[in-house]
Each structure stands twice: as C-alpha cells, then as structure tokens.
Design a protein. Structure first.
Ligand code: ANZ
Ligand code: ZN
Length: 833
C-alpha cells in the first residue's frame, strides 16, 4: 500500500462508521449486553486531553467487549446546563443556548474525529426540553411523596456568581468556579430528602466492593457519615427548659465540665440576655456567623468561645455546668450542642486550656500510672476503665457506653440515637441556565405544583441576559406571570432552576431509550441495559455525582420508573488519572495545555489514542511527553512498514489461524509461540485489569519478533501461514486501540468483513507448549549453569543432562553429590559437599 497517511485513513473510516451506523445498538435479548459509559462532558467549547484519555479508555472497553460477542451500548451526550454558559453570555454577548449548542457541535465533531464507537442516535443534551421535561415530572412525583420540600436556611452564597453553592462547591472558603470568598445568606430553598436514603446509600456500598475503588467507597462512606451515640438532656439551672446534646461518648458523661453551643443555637438569645458579658457574646456570635462553614469544620480552626453567663446541670451528678458558645460547634449537626469533656476530647482539651476550665479524668488506661488533671498533656482518647463515675466505676468504657445509655433510657434523661453527616440536597439555584422548577405561587392557594399535563415549563429563550450576572427569570414577566392551576387567579412562577447535578443523576438511564417522547424511560429497555457495566470518569466526582446518581436510582426505583431489581447504577467504576504537563495539571492560565486537535492534525487520532493508553495504567496520572507521542507514532508507522514489506505473501486469514503443523522451523515455532503468548497476555491485561499499557507493550514485542522472522518465514508455504496468522493477530489485538489503521490494513489484506466483526482471538494451549525448555542449575542454591532440555525429557534425563554440563562438572570437582532436586521445566538444584 501507499505511505501511512493517518488523516486520509481515519476520515475514510469515520464516515463509513457514521453512514453505516456501525455502532448503533438495540435491545437483543438473545445476546448478553454490556453497557460502557464515560462521564459526559460539560460543553465548554473544546475537548482537552483529560477528555481524550477518558473516552479512549471507554472506547477500548466498548470495542473489546463487542469483539467478545457482547451487545454493547456506548452512548455519549452533554451535561449542558450550568453557569459557564451564562458567564459566556455576559462576556461575549451571546445567548447561553447559542453558545452551548455551538460548543456541542464543535466537540461532537472532535469526538467523531477521534473515532470513538458511540451510538450517536442516543445522544442527549440536558439543556434541551426533550430531556429536562422529564426532570420536571420527577419533581412533581417528589412533591407528592414529600421527597422535596422548601426550607429557609443559611446558605453558602457566591456574591460573584450570584448563587447558592452546595457545601461541596465551596473549596477552602472559595467558590469552586470563580474563587470568590463565599458568604452566608438566609434564603428559602428547595431540598431533596437524600437523608431518607442515608441508610440504604451506606449499606449498598457493600454491593460495590468488588467493582469500585476502595478509595471512592470510603469517601462515600465518610460523606454519609453515620455516627452512633446518645442524646442526653441537661436541664437548665434556671429550671426553665433544657439543652440536649449529641454524643458518641456517653461513657464520659461524668467528665463534663462545661457545655459548648453553636452560636446559632435557638436558646442562645435567652441564655445571654441580661448577662454581664452580653455585649461580648453578641460580638462573638456576629463574628462566627460570617465565617465559612467549611472552615468551622476544619481541624486547624483556632478554637474560640465565649461564656454565656448561664448554667445547666449534669443529669447524673447534678453538678453545675457553665454554658459556653464555641466557633467549632455546628448548628446543623446533632443538636448543635456539645457536652464538653476536656480530659477525653482534644477540642475540649484545647478549649479548656485556653479558657481555664477544669478537667475530670473519667477513663483510666489499664495497667498504667493513673492519669490526673495535672499530668494530662493532651486528651486521653484510647480505651480504659471508668473512674470518678459513680456506680459505673470499674466498667470497661465500651461496656459503660451501653450501661449509661440504658440508664438514660430508663430514667428518661436521654436515648440512643444515630446521627448522619449527610444533609438534604439543596437543588434550587437562582440561575437562568437550568431546568425550571415546576411550581407556581398563588396569593390564595400558596405553592401549587404545575399540573402534569401542563409540563414542560419551558425555559424561555427570548430573555435579556443581565450584565450583573443575575438570573433574568425574575425580571421576565412573560415567564413568571401565570394563572393559578387551582383557582385560576393570578400567580407567579418559581424562578429558581434546578442544580445541574440533577440532570447528571439520571442521564445514564435516559440513554437506554433516548428518543422516547411518551415517557422518560422504557421499562424493558431499562431492564435489559441497566446497570451500567463499566463507568469511567475522574475521581473529582467520587463523592457528589456518584452519590446523587446512586440516590436517584433508588428514588426512581421506588417511584416505579426503574425496575425493582435495580438499586445501584454503576456496577464497576474506573477512575482515571490526570494528564499532566511537566508534572502539573494542564490549565489555560498556566499556558501548559496540549490541544488534542493539534495533536490529531500532526499525528492522527490513532496515535493520540495509542499514546494516552500506553503512557500509564488508567488509574495513574501521566505526563504528556513529546517523545512519548513520537514513539506511539513510530510504532504505528512500523506496523505499516511491516505490512508493506510482507503483504505480497500474506493471505487474509484470521488471528491464531496457523497450526502446529505449519510451525516446521525453529523460527516459525518461536513466532507462533509468541503470537499465542501475546494473545493470552493482551486478553488478560485488557479483560481483567484494564492494563492497556502492558497489553500494548506485549503487542510491540510481537511486532519485533515478526520483523526478525519475516524474511525467513516468507520463503515457505508453511512459513507464510505462520506470518499471515501472526499479522492478523497484531491487527486484531490492536483494533480496539487504534481502530482506523487496523481497519485499513485489514481491508487491504482482502478481507470482506470489517475487522470490527472479528472475534477477540483465542490462544491455544498447544501453541504455548515449548519443544525445548531452559532449565537453570544451582549447586547448593547458587546459580552455576543453564541447559536446554527437550520438553518431553523425564526428571531422570534432566538430572543426567544437568550433571554432565561442563560448568557443573567443574564446580563439582572434589565434592560428593548428596541430593539432586529437579523442578521440571525450571530448575535443578544439586546439593553437594
Ligand atoms: C462528648 C465527647 C467526649 C465527645 C469525648 C467526643 C469525645 P462524630 O463522630 O463526628 O459524630 N459534637 C456533637 N455535636 C457537634 C456539633 N454540632 N458540632 C461539633 N461537634 C459536635 O462526633 C460526635 C462528637 O462530636 C460528639 O461526641 C460531640 O463530642 C461532638 F471524649 O460528646 B462528643
Ligand atoms: Zn390559587
């Protein structure tokens, strides 16, 4: 054939795949399905190398599984609502919709130019009404079930983006998008009751243990944050009311020397008012209130507090306990009040040191010098036996937890409880470019859901976008003015839109029947395709996106939209590493990005794909390197040349088609052995562990072996069979990785069928059998020589050959052989003295 011209070959095959809808898939109950999915991109404008790596990994899996005979679904779409579209609208005076769709068109073309085997008929864009309308339907169902509710709450607010941020969108006190310091603001918001599912979300992590990385599982576990303990009631000294605390350590209750309340605690006002340090307390409250909520949870927070002037009483001892306010106590966790035990809790210890509070040791380590308030240098948090604890003295503290909880329940002074770190999900955003929340507000009827037959509530496209970044919806009467569905009177639409994490929580299911305009899903399609067999994406989504998608799966199952048996969305998860440049993350601001389009223009898509897969195992970060991509390009050119050198003598046979009878010479045997070893290794490396890099390395070795043997093999009929088979194997194994060049050479060979239709090759046991084996010889455990023995040789024959080997004979001179151990095919150890 001609010179290797990647661009020409690649565009030829890409248009063929597109015209013939090669990768379209359909439910086929006679075939086993495989659903492989990469996290869909935000249409920011251009693909970056991280995308290319992510999708290249997914594409190898998809193509590999097809070759293994699975009915593969491999879809792609766009996570298309969100803030950057609005920011671009402001900056470039272009409508968010125009900007988004232009970006989608550009990025779709880029994906097609990379030759990914997507079923484009299933493409979805979440900003399009045929997609988000179903989300509004879900919202109505949530309202009916009480799964969504409105609540006034102090929210993280980004003054620059003019929106509420979820806790996880606040990074070190700054907005995750624009790095503006976040402030707190009281707002009425819509919340989804993810906490109703906390138990199941935690318990079902055990179903994912074999398919998800441990790291992600433990991040999810911590985020859900189950804490088992007790609630204890401390009556106020004034006799009016009480304070309830949540503690995981009821065993330390006799060691309480003060109480710490969140400054937002509802009792604070009555506790400080009229007290001598009221002014100081108020100043403290003001200061802490404006602090970032994430900072307040951080271990490195400088603990500060103020005395309220009021006291409560320890329910077990009657001891008077001063009530303080502390900046580290969170209003939304537990009861917003902490019983402080400075001898056994480090935060309380630090606090007591700073403000001079007493410490009482109530847990004593066994068999050690007694701890005293004076010799404590830090809180003692390890197990021990109770002291200074009345009737509970002498109990090991784990037993005391139970005994004290029992006593609390018997006396009515408290109870066992469980707390969760997980909070309900605030899904409302004061943004324009999102799915409208389908409710209206009527002066007479209050909040009224939009009736189902009036859905969708269309996001109006003819709006004036505001240069100050505010949502135009509350300023667009054509949108918000409406009639009340209940009473027919004038009403106003909700102008908040949904968090874009809502759209990405169910897209994987929509792909199963993406064009359905009667219902969000088709039950039969869901039953066939779900769960996703392999999900691939960045570890930055390890908590939120994955948790929300898991939550949605359970909710949609309970609402009857998903099959009952589906309770987890993603059976297997692969979190790929980053593509770095000179050891740091590629970013526009650092000016160290590598543009995939440029690389494709220079080397071709196959080379870019090959490099991304060869550079490192998928979970690991790797550095983009010019020599690396050059190397990948050289390898494909080398295959092309190998083919050009041999094509005259090659016949269009399948992989692993030569037989033992064809292997008449040593060189032929060696090539056939290598061919089958490579098939074995590549299959295992790709199939079991996604170790594409080592699979590729093995294929490279096979290519080297073919270069060495090709001239000799070309001279005989049998040799040509060996060569043809091995060449077919190289192309077949590489087809999922570099599909275009493999298709091209396959076609040039004269095959009628595309290489896509080839089954994944199978190695044969007989081909792995060597005629001659290399055996190493040790004398008293030291390596002294090597021999080649026929594979058929008996232990006795091997021993005989070993003892007559020159070097061995020399080393044994003057010694007596005591024992010879033969490990067939490997080693002979001679014991002599
Ligand atoms: C007394 C005690 C003694 C505690 C001791 C610990 C050790 P996790 O595991 O995270 O659930 N706490 C309770 N509510 C809090 C709030 N709103 N803000 C800050 N801290 C709070 O932690 C539970 C423990 O954190 C509770 O147990 C309480 O301190 C504190 F030797 O109670 B502990
Ligand atoms: Zn009304």
């Amino acid at each position: 054939p001609k010179r290797y011209d990647p661009a020409a070959i690649e565009t030829k095959w890409q248009s063929r795949w597109e015209n013939e809808k090669t990768y379209a898939c359909h439910v086929d109950k006679d075939k086993k399905k495989y659903y492989v999915l990469e996290m869909f991109p935000y249409p920011s404008g251009n693909l970056h190398m991280g995308h290319v790596r992510n999708y290249s990994i997914g594409d190898v899996v998809a193509r590999f599984k097809r070759m293994q005979g699975f009915n593969v679904m491999h879809p792609m779409g766009w996570d298309a609502f969100g803030l950057p579209a609005e920011n671009a609208a402001i900056k470039h005076n272009i409508h968010p919709s125009v900007w988004t769709h232009a970006n989608i068109d550009n990025m779709r073309a880029q994906l097609k130019r990379l030759g990914y085997s997507y079923d484009w008929d299933r493409e979805v864009a979440t900003c399009d009404e045929p997609y988000y309308r179903w989300e509004q339907l879900f919202f109505l169902r949530w309202l009916e079930k009480g799964l969504v509710y409105r609540k006034k709450a102090s929210q993280n607010w980004c003054p620059h983006c003019n929106t509420v941020l979820a806790n996880e969108q606040v990074v070190d006190g700054l907005c995750w998008r624009c790095d503006t310091p976040v402030v707190q603001k009281e707002l009425t918001q819509w919340f989804l009751k993810i906490t109703d599912y906390a138990d199941e979300l935690l318990a079902d992590l055990s179903k994912l243990e074999s398919g998800w990385p441990d790291r992600v599982l433990s991040m999810q576990r911590n985020w859900i944050g189950k804490s088992v303990g007790a609630e204890i009631t401390f009556p106020l000294e004034s006799g009016e009311g009480d304070i309830k605390v949540f503690t995981t350590r009821p065993d330390t209750v006799f060691g309480v020397t003060f109480m710490t309340l969140a400054p937002e605690h509802p009792l604070v006002e009555s506790l400080i008012s009229g007290k001598p340090n009221e002014a100081e307390a108020r100043a403290f409250i003001e200061r802490t209130h404006n602090m970032d909520r994430i900072d307040r949870q951080s271990d490195s927070l400088e603990k500060e507090g103020v005395f309220t002037g009021s006291y409560c009483l320890n329910p077990f001892t009657g001891r008077q306990v001063p009530i303080w306010l502390g900046n580290f106590v969170l209003a939304e966790y537990g009861t917003g009040a902490v019983m402080a035990v400075p001898a056994h809790d480090q935060r309380d210890f630090d606090f007591s040191k700073k403000y001079g509070m007493e410490r009482i040791v109530v847990i004593q380590p066994e068999g050690e010098a007694p701890l005293t308030p004076e010799n404590l240098t830090e809180a003692y948090t390890a197990p021990g036996v109770l002291v200074n604890s009345g009737e509970f003295d002498g109990l090991p503290n784990e037993d005391a937890k139970k005994a004290i909880a029992d006593a609390l329940e018997a006396s009515g002074k408290g109870k066992r409880t469980t707390n969760w770190r997980l909070r309900d999900w605030n899904i409302s955003r004061q943004r324009y470019w999102g799915a409208p929340i389908p409710v209206v507000y009527c002066d007479t009827c209050g909040m009224v859901p939009v009736p189902e037959d009036q859905l969708p509530v269309r996001l109006p496209l003819d709006v004036q976008t505001h240069t100050d970044g505010k949502s135009p919806l509350p300023h667009t009467p054509e949108f918000y003015n409406c009639t009340c569905p209940k009473c027919g009177g004038a009403a106003k639409r909700e102008t908040d839109t949904m968090d874009t994490f809502v759209e990405s929580s169910w897209y994987f299911a929509r792909y199963t029947d993406a064009r359905n305009d009667k219902a969000p899903f088709d039950m039969e399609a869901l039953r066939y395709w779900l769960s996703v067999d392999q999900y691939i994406g960045g570890v930055e989504h390890a908590i939120l996106h994955l948790l929300y998608a898991r939550f949605f799966t359970k909710v949609l199952r309970d609402l009857g939209y998903f099959p009952k048996e589906i309770d987890e969305p993603f059976a297997n998860l692969l979190t790929q590493g980053m593509v770095l440049k000179d050891g740091s993350k590629m970013s526009k601001s650092k000016g160290n990005t590598v543009d995939p389009t440029e690389m494709i223009a220079k080397y071709g898509a196959d080379t870019v794909r090959l490099f991304c897969l060869f550079a490192a195992p998928p979970e690991r970060d790797f550095d983009w390197s010019d020599t690396g991509i050059e190397g990948a390009s050289r390898f494909l050119n080398r295959i092309w040349r190998l083919y050009a050198d041999t094509c005259e003598v090659l016949s269009p046979v399948g992989a692993c088609s030569s037989t033992a009878a064809d292997a008449t010479t040593a060189a032929a045997k060696e090539v056939r052995l290598k061919e089958h070893l490579t098939v074995k290794k590549a299959g295992e490396d790709i199939g079991n562990r996604y170790q594409f890099n080592t699979a590729i390395a093995a294929i490279m070795e096979l290519v080297n072996a073919l270069y060495l043997a090709k001239d000799e093999l070309a001279t005989t009929e049998e040799g040509r069979k060996i060569l043809s088979s091995a060449m077919a194997t190289v192309l077949t194994l590489l087809a999922p990785i570099t599909p275009h060049v493999c298709e091209e050479l396959w076609e040039d060979l004269g095959h009628a069928r595309s290489i896509d239709q080839e089954p994944w090759p199978e190695w044969k046991e007989d081909a792995l059998q060597r005629d001659v084996l290399t055996v190493v010889i040790q004398i008293n455990g030291k390596l002294r020589g090597k021999i080649e023995v026929p594979a058929s040789a008996s232990k006795e024959e091997v021993e005989q050959l070993a003892l007559t080997e020159q070097n061995i004979v020399r080393h044994l001179e003057g010694l007596t052989v005591r024992k010879v151990v033969v490990i067939p095919g490997k080693l002979v150890n001679v014991v002599a003295n």
